[in-house]
Design a protein around this ligand. Structure first.
Ligand code: MSP
Length: 654
């Protein structure tokens, strides 16, 4: 069986269903686990639910529910959401399971036998919402430092001699620079320990919920002391063989539960029980909504599957691909060192910019040009040196980031390669090489395919369904071995490629209309009269009979669906873009006066309708081989016509 690389994640309370902030901890674990599996490690990836807190019992009772049924139902919802969001766990542990209870009681006995636990009286404040004890002087305006309600507790309880481990924990942190990541969090923990760790109360009077103290069932084990034990319970502790999976390489947590629990209490508990300590704990920042921490208790949440379902209904993409859009947003934009905000606008923006545009164009352009210029076969000409270098560089940058668990930086390395490909394609311009039968063309096509195939491997830990879809369009098996990324074998010469299909259709984002100058006032004081057939103006009267054309006249105009592959400004003309488009398989160049209304990013990858048989003309010295169709608004700004859904490339319009 050999040694496992174990990846652990903080287990959420089951007081309510999860939001995207909770998912972030599991998603970080998942990306790590998927990456390490690709690297060839035998991974053991733990997730689970924290079910013994007082808060959970109170949530159940508030709803008039039996606590066991309540936690079972919510734990199942977490599990369903983890499954639907692609969290590839090997074990889902619930802290109400007998195996966890047994591990918890075994560790409690060991610490009691080793003399690290003693009986005393606890008097102080307890914050039920974070299940944390506070001293009087730690309160702010009678509330916890986070602003939660606290209640007074005075009980005879067991204490863990955490103070006796201050020096050892500090020495461990100082001699293992990677023990706490990222660096700013490590510094926070060091200064917290330097203020002195206090012994911690680790039992509570049994409220009829929780894990009983061995031989003293009138007490239950404090929920945090119990919860951290889940990590080792999941590996089989205290039964023989657990050592194959223990200690973990990494534990993922949110920043709120690092200092007091995962970077001090938990390592001290392991030291006290003479158990090996995990290599690294990584804390990520919070996901904020409208400037506040997203939180189950506060109720200001965005639910992962609702967000994905809404995206699928707006775009027509399947749920796994919509889930990838969420996974992308979280892995690319969340910061480890700081908090990051969620907004629906930013979510849509990232979808269009990174997925519809960047990945969409990389895939579409490489495959469609391979079909157009290389008969849909991977050419034998060598990959160009700069493409080899771009792939090698991105892979290395990714590896360095992941060695330090910097997932956003790894994501940036993968997307950096995809963006590099956009620039490379523009500068090598295969359509221009084709016109002059340049012998470099097959090498350029192979280089483009090489970069996309490598990007498939790089995005796989974050975007597994997208990576599968890219592999399927290439007609190749998924690139799931890290070492194969950028290799000859991953993209065999002579392989017949599939056809490009858009994975991420663009989202139409409503632009907010500029407010009419004096309209609101006028409307309030003097409402507009209701339009009647008589009073309503006909802005576009029907053409007079002599202006009408026959169907034959109309059919002379060849209207076709085209796709924009590039857009760049025409120098010296502030309204014009030079567009490279593809009509079916045929590349064309258009000059269009739409620069005031669209950015190049909004255009690239998009389908439009063009007049394909218009005599070429020169505008500002640049040849235009056709004309696109657009309406104009009252300010003269262009509104592009586009098919209602993805049309076959080059489809005839009539
Ligand atoms: N049950 C404890 C953890 C015990 S681990 C032995 C707990 N649960 S929680 O439900 O409050 O949080 C679960 C995870 O989600 C934690 O890693 C926490 O930091 C994370 N998050 C909860 N809200 C969050 C955001 N708004 N943003 C990012 N992550 C945050 O803590």
């Amino acid at each position: 069986m050999g040694q496992f690389t174990t990846v652990c994640t903080a287990i959420p309370y089951v007081n309510s269903v999860p939001h995207i902030g909770n998912i972030l901890t599991d998603l970080c674990g998942d990306v790590t686990a998927r990456y390490l599996r690709m690297r060839g490690d035998q991974v053991f990836f733990q997730v689970g639910t924290d079910e013994n807190g007082l808060k959970i019992k109170e949530s159940a009772e508030a709803q008039g529910r039996d606590p066991y049924e309540f936690v079972a139902e919510i734990a199942q919802r977490f599990r369903d959401i983890f499954d639907a969001t692609g969290i590839s766990y090997d074990d889902f542990i619930r802290t109400t399971e007998p195996r966890h209870v047994a591990a918890c009681q075994a560790l409690f006995r060991t610490l009691r036998d080793n003399g690290h636990i003693y009986l005393g009286t606890y008097e102080g404040w307890y914050d039920v919402s974070t299940e944390t004890f506070f001293r009087e002087e730690e309160l702010k305006d009678g509330k916890s430092p986070d602003g939660n309600e606290v209640r007074w507790v005075s009980e005879d309880n067991y204490f863990f001699r955490l103070s006796a481990f201050s020096d050892r924990v500090l020495a461990h942190i100082e001699s293992n620079p990677n023990f706490i990541r990222p660096e700013n969090r490590r510094n926070e923990v060091i200064s917290f320990i330097k203020q002195g760790l206090r012994d911690i109360c680790i039992t509570r009077k049994n409220p009829g919920w929780g894990i009983p103290v061995p031989d003293q069932p009138e007490l239950v084990i404090y929920v945090w002391f119990d919860a951290v034990i889940n990590y080792i319970a999941s590996t089989g502790y205290p039964n023989p063989g657990f050592e194959a999976k223990w200690p973990p390489a990494v534990q993922w947590v949110g920043k709120d539960i690092l200092t007091r629990f995962h970077a001090t209490l938990w390592p001290a508990m392991l030291m006290a029980a003479d158990l090996p300590i995990f290599d690294t704990v990584v804390a990520h920042g919070w996901v904020l909504l409208s400037g506040e921490k997203m939180s189950k208790s506060r109720g200001n949440v965005v639910r992962p599957l609702e967000l994905a379902d809404e995206l699928s209904s707006r775009t027509g993409i399947s749920q796994p691909i919509a889930v990838d859009a969420l996974r992308h947003f979280l892995t690319a934009t969340m910061a480890l060192e700081a908090d990051s905000s969620f907004s629906y606008e930013e979510f849509d923006f990232r979808y269009n910019a990174d997925l519809a545009n960047d990945i969409g164009n990389a895939l579409n352009r490489s495959l469609s040009m391979a079909h157009r210029f290389a008969e849909g076969i991977v050419p034998a000409s060598p990959v160009e040196a700069e493409a080899e270098e771009a792939v090698r560089g991105a892979k290395l940058e990714y590896e360095i980031a992941m060695a330090d668990y910097r997932i956003p930086a790894a994501s940036a390395a993968a997307f950096g390669l995809i963006r590099w490909l956009g620039k490379y394609t523009d500068s090598r311009a295969p359509w221009a090489l084709a016109k002059t039968n340049d012998p470099a063309l097959p090498g350029v096509i192979r280089s483009m395919l090489h970069a996309v195939r490598a990007a498939e491997g790089l995005v796989r830990p974050m975007l597994p369904s997208t990576a599968d879809a890219i592999a399927a369009q290439f007609g190749l098996p998924p690139l799931s071995e890290w070492d194969a990324i950028g290799s000859e074998e991953s993209l065999p010469v002579g392989h017949a490629l599939g056809q490009p299909q858009p994975i991420f259709p663009r989202l139409e984002i409503e632009k907010k209309a500029a407010p009419a100058k004096s309209a609101p006032k006028a409307e309030k004081t003097k409402p507009m009269p209701e339009a009647t057939p008589e009073t309503k103006p006909a802005p576009n009267p029907a053409p007079a009979a002599d202006e009408q054309i026959t169907i034959d006249d109309f059919l002379k105009v060849k209207l076709r669906v085209a796709r924009i592959v590039e857009a760049e400004p025409v120098e010296g003309a502030d309204k014009l873009y030079k567009l490279q488009i593809v009509v079916g398989e045929e590349p064309r160049q258009l000059v269009a006066g739409i620069r005031k209304s669209y950015t190049p990013e909004e255009l690239i990858g998009r389908q439009i309708v063009v007049v394909a048989n218009l005599k070429p003309a020169k505008l500002r010295g640049v040849e235009s081989q056709g004309m696109l169709l657009a309406a104009t608004d009252e300010t003269g700004a262009a509104i592009l016509l586009m098919p209602d859904r993805e049309a076959p490339e080059g489809a005839t319009v009539r």
